[in-house]
Each structure stands twice: as structure tokens, then as C-alpha cells.
Design a protein around this ligand. Structure first.
Ligand code: AR6
Length: 186
């Protein structure tokens, strides 16, 4: 599915984000930036060991040894990936508590990643469904937050292409139904 927003495009696709031929892919990382399972593991595997080295350097220098806070984003090169850059962001862990705060933190992931992409003159970016795997955020809620943030950004900024790369048909259907609803409301 694809919609035009001003001169920009928003796409929903099913696929493996590590294979996307875009300027930049987004990683649903954890605060350590040292890799993990899910999409994080797949991205580190496909990018090769230089990605971990770059992440370690960011922890040491940019973050002064601290964890990357939830909702924030940092950028590295993509090394062996088809994408030139990787933006690493940390989604909130869902536990059913402090729902409004968690929703805000997830929105921050998309907003900060898009702002960082724009700063780096990136014109095409692919996001995975942040927080809806190991971090258990309900996907219906996550889809609405993600698409809302992306749409608001594309309404404001001349950017290019934003894609949500979903890993299953089921996830794709949730995002598609949510996007249909959001467009209808407009
Ligand atoms: N391409 C696109 N999407 C993928 C891929 C892929 N190759 N692999 C998985 N997904 P998750 P989270 C989907 O768990 O919930 C890691 O260990 C997956 O089906 O990767 O933010 C980190 O280190 C799901 O829809 O990320 C953190 O510790 C979505 O990506 C923690 O997991 C996100 O699932 C982050 O958890």
C-alpha cells in the first residue's frame, strides 16, 4: 500500500528490513546498542561486525558510557547492508502500566528518528514495527502511533519516502487498516 502526502510517499510493505534498498533503515535496539534478538539481531548480522564497533564508540563518546534513553535515536553507517545508514532507537517496554507515557515514548522513537534522518539529508527510510516484538507493545496501538507521527512529519517536511517494513502479513494488515482509518479521518 502506498499513499502520497504532499510530495512525499508513505509505503507499507511486507519484508525483511535488512534487504531494503533505501538510504537508511531503523533498528529497534535496546539501550546498550550491543545488539540482541529480533530485528536488532538481523541488522547486526547483515551489517557485519563494524556496526557493533560503531555502536560501542557511540556509547563511549556520544553517550559518555550511558545507555541510549528510550525514545532517543542515534545514527551509524550501514556497512555491509544495502542501506547507507542505520538509525538506532529504543522503544518502550510494554507492561500495561503508565500507558500514556509509553505511548509518548514510542511516538518519540519515530519523531526523533525522522528528525535525525532529515538532519543527515536522508531521502528514503524504512522502519520496522518498533516495540511490538520482544517489547510486547500492542500492535494496534503501536501502528496508530507510528503512522500518526510519520504522517505529521510528511505533512510538515519535504522529505521523500518513508516505508514501514512489516515482518508478517498479519502485521501488514493491522498497519493497512490503521492507515485506511487515518486517511479517511483527514
Ligand atoms: N525485518 C523487519 N522486521 C523484523 C525483522 C526483520 N528482519 N525481524 C524481526 N522483525 P523486535 P522490539 C519484526 O523484537 O519489540 C531486541 O532483542 C518483529 O516481527 O525485533 O522493539 C532488541 O535488542 C516485530 O514486528 O523489537 C531489544 O532488546 C518488530 O520487528 C528488543 O528486542 C519488532 O520486534 C526490542 O524489542
Amino acid at each position: 500500500m502506498e499513499v502520497a502526502i504532499r510530495k512525499n510517499r508513505l509505503q507499507l510493505t511486507v519484508g525483511d528490513i535488512t534487504k531494503q534498498k533505501v538510504n537508511c533503515i531503523v533498528n529497534a535496539a535496546n539501550g546498550t546498542l550491543y545488539g540482541g534478538g529480533g530485528v536488532d539481531g538481523a541488522i547486526h548480522l547483515a551489517a557485519g561486525p563494524k556496526l557493533l564497533e560503531a555502536c560501542k564508540l557511540i556509547r563511549k563518546e556520544q553517550l559518555k558510557g550511558e545507555l541510549l534513553p528510550t525514545g532517543e535515536a542515534v545514527i551509524t553507517e550501514g556497512y555491509d547492508l544495502p542501506a547507507k545508514f542505520v538509525i538506532h532507537t529504543v522503544g518502550p517496554i510494554w507492561d500495561g502500566k503508565e500507558v500514556e507515557r509509553k505511548k509518548q515514548l514510542l511516538a518519540n522513537c519515530y519523531r526523533n528518528s525522522l528528525a535525525l534522518a532529515k538532519e543527515n539529508e536522508i531521502r528514503s527510510i524504512a522502519f520496522p514495527s518498533i516495540s511490538t516484538g520482544a517489547y510486547r507493545f500492542p500492535i494496534e496501538m503501536a501502528a496508530e502511533i507510528a503512522l500518526n507521527e510519520i504522517i505529521q512529519f510528511l505533512k510538515r517536511e519535504p522529505f521523500g519516502n518513508v516505508s514501514m517494513t512489516l515482518f508478517s502479513e498479519r502485521d501488514y494488515e493491522v498497519y493497512k487498516q490503521t492507515l485506511d482509518k487515518l486517511i479517511e479521518k483527514d
